[in-house]
Design a protein around this ligand. Structure first.
Ligand SMILES: [Zn+2]
Length: 82
């Protein structure tokens, strides 16, 4: 997650960068954090009051997916290929 490696930008948030290296977690988040009929996240609703979907966790997971796709098959050690 070194700054300036071209794949990570501060706007992505630290969580998305971490999750980008954990595809199983991202998959589970995307599967669990889905909207109910009222447009609220079912997973987050269980944790407390209603949260409008897409919730923060779903947004982060989506962001992580994008990051991972952008990073391709590069090693996740943070090594710079160039
Ligand atoms: Zn949620």
């Amino acid at each position: 997650m070194a700054a300036g490696d071209g794949a990570y930008t501060p706007g992505d948030g630290p969580m998305a960068g971490v999750l980008a290296g954990m595809p199983e977690v991202v998959e589970r988040l995307l599967a669990q954090h889905v909207p109910d009929r009222l447009g609220r996240c079912t997973a987050c609703r269980n944790a407390g009051s209603g949260v409008v979907w897409p919730c923060t966790l779903h947004q982060i997971a989506t962001r992580a997916e994008v990051l991972r796709t952008r990073q391709g098959q590069r090693p996740r050690s943070g090594a710079q290929p160039w």
